[in-house]
Design a binder for this molecule. Structure first.
Ligand code: NCD
Length: 322
């Protein structure tokens, strides 16, 4: 049995570590990840993507629907010369439906592969998988409304690419801070850097969990909760919008009452935007950004997707190095 802590701090050394939460990161680790990402971008642009995963097999175990993250990982692995065992919706197609425990599933798939990427609708599943695994590192590709670290890493990379820093930033995050794991992970990431301010815009019933707000504030980031678009500050560096997380509501009326309330429209951008800001969204988009915004040069969401590929390539290379 391995004797390592599932959510061990990274401290600049990714080798064979699980990636479960942004809480494992420090600035040094992010610097290394971003430097590696930049090198990979340069090499791939010359049509010479490093083949650092040659001979490696990675399992993609996705219990929850995904198109972007799943394909992004799949493509990242193949561009690095690795191969995948891919399992989507295992509740429909695998032994999980027969009642197999998560621990058994993990132990089986780690026998086939060098690393497991897991997405699951239940908070804490990535941690449980990491505790069950004996050899293979586990990468969390989203566990319920809890965290989505690789999305936050690509979001942080995108912000760093645009502004050249991750401190002294003002961001507005909407529309569902209660359920959005990408908002939570990104806020945790930003709180590693000094002097950031996050405005959380939502209906009152979708405010971020106060425990998480407390944690972010404790790390020195200013958090301001606002409930009306008229309170959006005009000096923000970025707006980060994520759809209302429909699948996480027990009462559909709560979902419906929030839908479309805070959508980004050309009109809102005119009233509250500024010329130097960027607009981000982890996608998929449902109603939170009017498609008329897509042609605006400040719309960065498709650029994020491209960065996601390279950041995942860098992350996997660093974990499986040596
Ligand atoms: C996000 C997720 O799964 O949390 N999507 C993604 O990974 N690109 C955002 C979402 O589903 O709203």
């Amino acid at each position: 049995m391995k004797n390592r802590i599932a959510d061990e701090l990274i401290k600049g050394d990714f080798v064979h570590k699980n990636i479960l939460s942004l809480s494992q990161f420090d600035r040094k680790s992010l610097d290394l990840l971003f430097a590696t990402t930049r090198k990979i971008i340069t090499k791939c642009k010359q049509n010479k993507c490093p083949q650092s995963l040659a001979g490696k097999i990675i399992t993609l175990l996705f219990f929850e629907p995904s198109s972007r993250t799943f394909s992004s990982f799949s493509s990242a692995i193949k561009r690095l010369g690795g191969q995948t065992v891919e399992y989507q919706n295992p509740m429909e197609t695998s032994s999980a439906v027969k009642g197999e425990s998560l621990a058994d599933t993990i132990r089986v798939f780690e026998s086939y592969s060098d690393l497991i990427v897991i997405r699951h609708q239940t908070e804490g599943t990535a941690q449980a998988a990491a505790e069950a695994a004996r050899f293979a590192p586990i990468v969390n590709a989203g566990d319920g409304g809890h965290e989505h670290p690789t999305q936050a890493l690509l979001d942080l990379f995108t912000l760093h690419q645009k502004f050249g820093r991750l401190d002294n930033l003002v961001g507005v995050m909407s529309t569902d801070p209660l359920h959005s794991r990408t908002i939570r992970s990104l806020a945790l990431g930003l709180s590693l850097y000094p002097n950031n301010t996050i405005y959380l815009l939502s209906p009152k019933h979708l405010r971020m969990n106060p425990e998480v707000v407390k944690e972010i504030k404790k790390r020195g980031t200013k958090v301001v909760e606002i409930f009306d678009t008229k309170d959006i500050p005009t000096q923000a560096n970025f707006w980060y919008w994520n759809r209302i997380q429909k699948e996480r509501f027990s009462d559909t009326r709560d979902y419906e009452s929030a839908l479309g309330k805070f959508s980004i429209t050309p009109q809102l951008l005119k009233e509250k935007g500024n010329k130097d800001m960027i607009i981000m969204d982890p996608l998929p988009r449902v109603e939170e950004i009017d498609p008329r915004v897509d042609e605006d040069p400040r719309a960065y969401y498709f650029h994020q997707v491209r960065n996601g590929l390279f950041v995942r390539m860098a992350l996997l290379s660093l974990i499986l190095r040596g």
